[in-house]
Design a protein around this ligand. Structure first.
Ligand code: NBP
Length: 476
């Protein structure tokens, strides 16, 4: 047995991850259900490092040094369970089995508990960055026990992306914590993409700019506080011209956004936890609307406003949109981090939000310079701010841009350009800063029709008004 680490599942993610391990000097055992993929990896990249290929699972397990460390990179769901079942029979107590796929965190909690019965350390590990990240350095979010991380962590840290010398990998928390945080990462990614798309739409339909001009604007934004992978690739996508028609690429692509489910999971989980993640939810719903062919088939028949947006100063408008994007993005991150806090409370995870933001700075899809500010908002603080929006840096950042934000949302509504992400973020922000909310009226309505009771602002206790009687108040 010579291998330091094993990878089973050699489709695009697994083979790139295996190559990453081998390139960092780890002897890497490789295995795949159908041997053809293992053979192809060896033929194409066998010389890039030290690989130990095996055709059978038994040989694969036998090729690893103990305690064995095996990363499963197969399709999430049933295939992952099938691989876990097969390997569990071959592993020994103390071995570490890592699921690097996009598992649901609840599955990870279940799998970790089952593996523990056999003495196996199960690590549900979120990996972000797609194929390129897997090969060159992803952002890695491992859950599982601290003991497992003690021996596994240094290996994962070595193959992860690095920013300012720090690895984009940290122990997130017990059992499902890693996959939970990866799920929220993807939800934030949905929100980020939707907000960028809204900014593009405003510049296009509001200011009448062409995609190539908007590409330049995004490239410029990428040099400032919005500096991020998603803004960078947005500029490139907008600059792309279709070879066949000579039209902008964005004009020849069908405007129906696909999704694989992690955004939906983020929202479903947030609903279960009672956490408002309206920015992420609107992003998922906006993709849903874009793909609702039946409902959209009558698009031209619905009347809109009579007046188009009259934008007198284009540069000022572009700056307004940039600031609205920045503010809305802060809200999306604040909401996603709230979901992590709520998940940690529900499942007893000790999650360090500053460290999470730190490992998202490189390798992953939402990597952005602004994550440094999020890390600073939490690092070394005796008390965590109740929301990212209450961290002084972000309070003043939003205060400074809110006039622009309000102008953009109001103008978009008046001219009929949909901005569900910008609008939901602003409504959330205004909700958060309102000392009184109309929820008091809702409590009254609930008490009226369902005797659901209410609390008073001026004394303790629970009360009910006899709505169908003499309308006096009684203690409930
Ligand atoms: P896929 O998700 O397409 O899965 C293909 C792999 O699963 C192949 O190795 C296949 O083996 C194996 N497999 C299947 Br399908 N059923 C199996 C079974 N019953 N037993 C054993 N192996 C089985 O691969 P991927 O796109 O490389 O993604 C791998 C994981 O990484 C997924 O969970 C994915 O969600 C996650 N992920 C993907 C990305 C990305 O950008 N693609 C990013 C982050 C995470 P075979 O060759 O024998 O059919």
């Amino acid at each position: 047995a010579t291998a330091d680490i094993g990878v089973t599942g050699l489709a695009v993610m697994g083979s790139n991850l295996a190559r990453n391990f081998a390139s960092k000097g780890f002897v890497t055992a490789v295995h795949n259900r159908s041997y053809s993929k293992t053979r192809a990896l060896m033929a194409d990249h066998g010389g890039d490092g030290q690989f130990v290929p095996s055709e059978s699972a038994a040989d694969f397990v036998a090729s690893l040094k103990t305690p064995r460390k095996i990363i499963i990179m197969v399709k999430a769901g049933g295939p992952t369970d099938a691989v876990i079942d097969e390997l569990s029979e071959l592993l020994e107590p103390g071995d570490i089995l890592i699921d690097g796929g996009n598992a649901k965190f609840a599955d990870t909690i279940r799998r970790e508990a089952a593996a523990k019965e056999k003495g196996i350390n199960f690590v549900g590990c979120g990996i972000s960055g797609g194929e390129e990240g897997a090969l060159l350095g992803p952002s890695i979010m491992p859950g599982g026990s601290a003991e497992a991380y003690a021996s596994l962590g240094p290996i994962l840290e070595k193959i992860s992306a690095h920013v300012d010398g720090a690895p984009c990998c940290t122990h997130i928390g017990e059992n499902g914590a890693g996959h939970f945080v990866k799920m929220v990462h993807n939800g934030i990614e949905y929100a980020d993409m939707q907000l960028i798309a809204e900014a593009y739409d405003l510049l296009r339909r509001g200011a009448g700019l062409e995609p190539a001009e908007i590409a330049d604007i995004f490239a410029e934004w990428n040099a400032g506080e919005l500096d991020s992978f998603l803004i960078e690739i947005t500029a490139e996508v907008l600059r792309q011209v279709d070879a066949e028609t000579g039209k902008p690429f964005v004009d020849v692509v069908v405007d129906a956004a696909g999704m694989k489910g992690t955004g939906t999971w983020t929202v479903q989980t947030a609903l279960d936890l009672g956490v408002p993640v309206s920015g992420i939810a609107e992003a998922v719903f906006a993709r849903g609307l874009s793909s609702s062919a039946l409902q959209r088939s009558g698009a031209g028949e619905l009347p809109g406003p009579n007046n188009a947006w009259s934008i007198k100063d284009k540069d000022a408008f572009v700056e307004d949109v940039r600031q609205a994007l920045y503010a809305s993005k802060i809200v999306a991150y604040a909401q996603g981090l709230d979901e992590i806090v709520a998940g940690a409370a529900e499942y007893n995870w000790d999650i360090d939000l500053g460290a999470v933001a730190r490992i998202w700075r490189g390798g992953c899809i939402i990597r952005a310079v602004f994550l440094n500010r999020i890390t600073e908002a939490y690092d070394g603080k005796a008390e965590r701010p109740a929301s990212l929006l209450f961290a002084p840096y972000f309070t003043s950042a939003v205060a400074g841009v809110q006039d622009s934000w309000r102008r953009v949302v109001a103008g978009a509504a008046q001219s009929g350009i949909p901005t569900p992400g910008f609008g939901a973020a602003l409504a959330y922000y205004d909700g958060l800063r309102s000392p009184r909310l109309p929820a008091a009226l809702i409590q009254g309505q609930r008490d009226f029709f369902g005797a659901h009771t209410y609390k008073r602002v001026d004394k303790d206790g629970t009360f009910h008004t006899l709505w169908s009687g003499d309308r006096t108040e009684v203690q409930a």
